[in-house]
Design a protein around this ligand. Structure first.
Ligand SMILES: CC(C)(COP(=O)(O)OP(=O)(O)OC[C@H]1O[C@@H](n2cnc3c(N)ncnc32)[C@H](O)[C@@H]1OP(=O)(O)O)[C@@H](O)C(=O)NCCC(=O)NCCS
Length: 259
């Protein structure tokens, strides 16, 4: 097994991992197109931000990371902090063999040596929000095995600095959000596009006349900051559950619409 940084020559390998079973799906291809544009733009600006694990020439797992300072919708970015957005090894025959561990350790090693994406700054610490997923090892379990510690709404592993929690953002009801839905979209994962369509459809099923406005948080960060970075606001209420938890999501939306 080998680990490589992403470059123009292996950029498409990311999708052979994360979308390995959806490469013919038109909706997924649209999400891939949007992520590819984002990734290329970010690579040109900051350098490599994904590591890919290979067995021979087959890509099998990846991690995605970036400096917190690259995220336009975080109001008070912490200098020298790396966000590890996700780790993914979808291939059961290669799971539990140390592949994701090797990817994260490679990132930690590079952080000690000096990461190109930090443009000369020392890496203070690496943070990650381990979200729940139904396959493989749970991310929080993987991270704690790799020395990550529970922080404030995230896990962290210190490199040269001492952990400082990120400021919490909150949604303060906006008059302009009454009687409409505002969905914040991030192109950093190709699955987000399909999820966004599903959210829109589900909202329209529940309330056919509801206006749904969608903003790309990376291109219109002011829209995200104004809403305390809440991923979805319906009738001035932030929606807690994600669309993957459909029953709870619908309940949140129905409650938001009653008020
Ligand atoms: C989390 C994930 C990335 C782990 O990938 P992986 O390559 O299997 O990870 P590793 O092999 O390094 O470690 C996983 C486990 O295998 C164990 N392990 C590592 N090397 C091993 C070896 N040689 N033999 C046996 N076990 C081993 C680790 O200790 C760890 O154990 P645990 O489950 O008891 O904590 C993978 O399961 C996954 O993708 N899960 C879904 C995560 C997700 O939600 N991603 C976001 C989607 S975009």
């Amino acid at each position: 097994m080998s680990v490589k940084d992403i470059g123009e020559e292996n950029l498409l390998d990311v999708f052979r991992i994360c979308s390995f079973n959806r490469l013919e799906d038109r909706t997924q291809l649209k999400g891939i197109q949007m992520k590819r544009r984002w990734l290329r733009q970010m690579m040109n600006e900051y350098g490599p931000r994904t590591k890919i694990a290979y067995v021979d020439t087959t890509p099998i797992a990846q991690i995605l990371f970036y400096p917190e300072e690259a995220v336009p919708y975080i109001p008070h970015q912490r200098e020298g902090v790396i966000i590890m957005h996700c780790a993914y090894n979808p291939f059961t025959n290669f799971q539990r063999r140390g592949v994701a561990t090797a990817l994260v350790e490679s990132l930690v090693n590079d952080s000690r040596m000096g990461l190109e994406i930090l443009e000369g700054l020392l890496c203070e610490y690496i943070v990650s929000k381990p979200y729940e997923f139904s396959e493989g090892t749970a991310l929080d379990r993987l991270y704690s095995g790799l020395g990550f510690i529970d922080g404030f709404g995230e896990m962290y592993r210190e490199v040269f600095g001492t952990y400082k929690p990120q400021e919490l953002t909150r949604y303060t009801p906006l008059y302009e959000d009454k009687d409409r839905a505002v969905l914040l979209y991030e192109p950093i994962c190709e699955w987000n596009y399909a999820h966004m369509l599903q959210v829109k459809e589900t909202l329209q099923e529940i309330a056919p006349n509801l206006k749904v406005d969608i903003y790309n948080s990376w291109e219109q960060p002011d829209q995200s900051i104004r809403r305390g970075n809440q991923w979805l606001v319906v009738n001035s209420f932030p929606i807690k559950h994600y669309i993957t938890d459909l029953g709870a999501f619908k309940k949140d939306v129905e409650e938001a619409l009653i008020d």
